[in-house]
Design a protein. Structure first.
Length: 118
């Protein structure tokens, strides 16, 4: 199983960004998949996840600013974040959990840096 994250960059506060995670080696409809964020000096934390059967969950940013989605045909997961704030900055990692128990499994992507300037 391999995950390839992309879409990060430098964005001004108030802007938007869409991250993508291309998954290979396993189908999205069989796994839970999620985005995590790690800010400098902080632990990696769950941002949002989508289960194998399409149920979504959001932590931070909240659902009114972010949308997690997936394209089964492209085997790709996305995270759209709007009205970005400096606190959204960090390295965003995608994670796959074939066990379907929770949103943190043993497969990680390489991370994509998001920097929000104030």
């Amino acid at each position: 199983v391999q995950l390839q994250a992309s879409g990060g960059g430098l964005v001004q506060s108030g802007g938007s960004l869409k991250l993508a995670c291309q998954v290979s080696g396993i189908e999205l409809s069989f796994i839970n998949i999620a985005w995590f964020r790690q800010a400098p000096g902080k632990a990696r934390e769950l941002v949002a996840g989508i289960s194998y059967d399409g149920i979504t969950a959001y932590l931070d940013p909240p659902e009114d600013r972010s949308t997690i989605s997936r394209d089964i045909a492209k085997n790709t997961m996305y995270l759209q974040v709007n009205r970005l704030e400096p606190e959204d900055s960090g390295v965003y990692y995608c994670n796959a959990n074939p066990s379907r128990l929770g949103f943190q499994g043993r497969f990680w992507g390489q991370g994509t840096q998001v920097t929000v300037s104030s």
